[in-house]
Design a protein around this ligand. Structure first.
Ligand SMILES: Cc1cc2nc3c(=O)[nH]c(=O)nc-3n(C[C@H](O)[C@H](O)[C@H](O)COP(=O)(O)OP(=O)(O)OC[C@H]3O[C@@H](n4cnc5c(N)ncnc54)[C@H](O)[C@@H]3O)c2cc1C
Length: 373
């Protein structure tokens, strides 16, 4: 695309959803960063237990997402396109490695106390690297007893607070994307924030709404289908654990997620508490339960009584009845203001978000989505 044909673009939200959208725009669609302004009340490096989910994620590429067709496609797209994203960032940050970047490969084992949906397992088996279904004997080694199904594969692990800073700096320094700290009360206000470096303007303004739970209150969107799913985690120091392990029950999920990086953080969880907005407080009872479940599942973590705890924290997943909203809306009759919504990634924004972002950008430019780039 030549610069002349470019619209002005405002991305509202600087969590992983907004950053993935901006990555797709600049790196996959060739939109000049000078045309893009990211506006958000919290930016990478900031923290807010209730207003900014992305720094709180584990984060791992896992089987936690539902078997909804769209989400399965988003997961697959993200898994298959993370190698390119990682290469591009490491090529930019010369001399740095995956551990520094906060995006690295780790083996993962996932177990279910029930038979997971066939469609989901069929889909995963087609693209996960080093995919293997566990035998009955292998399942029986895990405690508590009762795991019905399990797989092992090569996954992606994020050091979420570090990775979003590195992705944001890449967009800023390589592409000249403008970042602005500002809270909007109405989505239409997005139009007044443009990148001042922009040299072209074809008369159209495209707004990507990547505000996560913020879309519940933001006027012009006010999506009542959004709700928080609270999760509490214990972060410990564990240089001896370099693998993820997750276990799904009918009413619980237990997860063990090593974060890339020198600090060797191990994130232990978790909880999926629907419609619980309290991320400011954490509970000792929940911490004890997390430590008990995770050390039972993977005893080599250590004795739950004396683990080196670095942090206890809680975050709010931006969940949505009906699944994530990736949808184009023409806001002005003249069609000169286009809003593309991209939010509601619940507990899978890092692992589905690149696929969601690619679809959102495709919708903006009326391009068909390819199955793989
Ligand atoms: C405990 C926990 C563990 C998790 N583990 C994983 C995992 O292992 N793997 C995984 O893939 N996902 C995981 N997740 C989910 C993941 O964190 C989310 O899906 C993801 O962070 C959502 O990102 P987002 O960009 O959509 O929203 P957010 O990160 O919340 O970003 C929203 C952005 O919009 C801005 N905003 C909102 N309203 C306004 C407004 N009115 N005006 C201006 N700006 C506004 C905010 O400031 C922010 O910049 C986990 C989540 C939790 C809580």
């Amino acid at each position: 695309m030549s610069n002349k044909s470019q619209p002005l673009i405002t991305v509202v939200g600087a969590g992983i959803s907004g950053l993935y959208v901006t990555y797709c725009l600049t790196e996959l669609y060739g939109v000049p960063g000078e045309n893009i302004c990211i506006v958000a009340d919290y930016l990478p490096g900031d923290q807010s237990p209730t207003g900014y989910t992305s720094p709180w994620a584990g984060g791992v590429w896992s089987c936690i997402s539902p078997d909804d067709k769209n989400v399965m496609w988003y997961d697959r797209f993200t898994y298959e396109n993370l190698p390119t994203l990682s290469e591009k960032l490491l090529d930019f940050y010369k001399g740095k490695d995956a551990e520094w970047l906060g995006l690295a490969r780790r083996p993962s084992t996932e177990l279910w106390d029930y038979q997971p949906p066939k469609a989901k397992i069929n889909s995963l088996s087609q693209y996960l690297e080093e995919y293997k279904v566990l035998s009955k004997e292998e399942l029986a080694k895990f405690k508590p007893e009762g795991a019905q199904f399990g797989i092992a594969f090569n996954s992606w692990n994020f050091n979420c607070p570090v990775f979003i800073v590195n992705l944001a700096n890449f967009l800023k320094q390589k592409h000249n994307v403008r970042f602005l700290k500002q809270k909007l009360t109405h989505i239409a206000q997005a139009k007044s924030f443009a990148n001042k470096a922009s040299k072209t303007d074809n008369g159209t303004h495209v707004v990507f709404n990547c505000t996560g739970l913020g879309s519940k209150k933001l006027s012009g969107v006010a999506d009542h289908n959004l709700y928080p799913t609270r999760g509490q985690v214990a972060v410990i120091s564990a240089p001896h654990i370099a693998e993820s392990c997750l276990r799904y029950g009918k009413d619980y999920v237990t997860y063990i997620i090593p974060r890339p990086g020198k600090v060797h953080e191990l994130v232990l969880g978790g909880f999926l508490q629907v419609d619980n907005w309290n991320a400011q407080d954490t509970s000792k009872e929940e911490t004890d339960d997390i430590l008990k479940r995770t050390t039972t599942l993977l005893p080599k973590i250590g004795n739950p009584e004396n683990l080196p705890i670095l942090k206890i924290a809680a975050g709010l997943r931006p969940s949505r009845y009906g699944g994530p909203r990736v949808e184009k809306e023409i806001k002005e009759e003249s069609e000169h203001l286009v809003v593309v919504h991209n939010y509601g990634a619940s507990g899978y924004g890092y692992q589905s978000g690149l696929g969601m972002a690619f679809k959102a950008v495709s919708l903006a430019f009326d391009k068909q989505r390819p199955s793989k780039l």
